[in-house]
Design a protein around this ligand. Structure first.
Ligand code: GDP
Ligand code: MG
Length: 171
């Protein structure tokens, strides 16, 4: 007999409306995709349980935040998050410009309890199935970036694993 270690992490999924946040979560947690999700109102939650190693279980609580707001409410949503996925839509440059505002909002309102530094963040350039030249300017925001497609199930598993590795290393 040995003890099973369990970790629970709150992960934020942020970015402008329609970039594919809900689709990425549904793909990651349930492996499904639909062209017509309703806009998220307020916040939705999803839980993904991962057998990280034989003796380590990780529960990821994914917070799917409606992209309309970056105002007062986000402080409440961000509370105690340890990581974030920032999503933009490669077919809409405006959603990429918004990435720096989302990152600034994040850094202003939440930090890691251990050292007060910024929480782990990765950038997802989503909908690459619609657009082939997705990588231009990707590292502009000083975040690790992944070109994803919720539709084609591209890179979502890899991106979240990368993020989780960062979190687990910091434990
Ligand atoms: P959210 O507002 O950020 O949660 O965005 P949604 O997940 O609701 O997605 C907005 C729209 O984009 C929906 O019609 C999705 O089906 C579509 N969508 C999301 N991800 C992808 C993708 O990777 N490729 C394509 N082609 N469409 C996507
Ligand atoms: Mg949504």
């Amino acid at each position: 007999m040995y003890d099973v270690r369990e970790y629970l992490y709150k992960i934020l999924v942020i970015g402008d409306v329609g970039t594919g946040k809900t689709s990425i979560i549904k793909r990651y947690v349930h492996n499904i995709f639909s062209m017509n999700y309703k806009s998220t109102i307020g916040v939705d939650f999803a839980l993904k349980v991962i057998q990280w190693s034989p003796d380590t279980v990780v529960r990821l609580q994914l917070w799917d935040i409606a992209g309309q707001e970056r105002g007062n409410m986000t402080r409440v949503y961000y509370k105690e998050a340890v990581a974030a996925l920032v999503v933009y839509d490669v077919t809409r440059p405006k959603t990429f410009e918004a990435v720096k505002r989302w990152k600034a909002d994040l850094d202003a309102k939440v930090s890691l309890p251990c050292d007060g530094g910024p929480i782990h963040t990765i950038l997802l350039a989503n909908k690459t199935d619609l657009h082939t030249q997705a990588s231009a300017g990707l590292d502009a925001e000083e975040m690790e970036a992944f070109a994803t497609s919720a539709k084609d199930n591209k890179n979502i598993e890899d991106a979240t694993r990368f993020l989780l590795e960062k979190i687990m290393t910091a434990e």
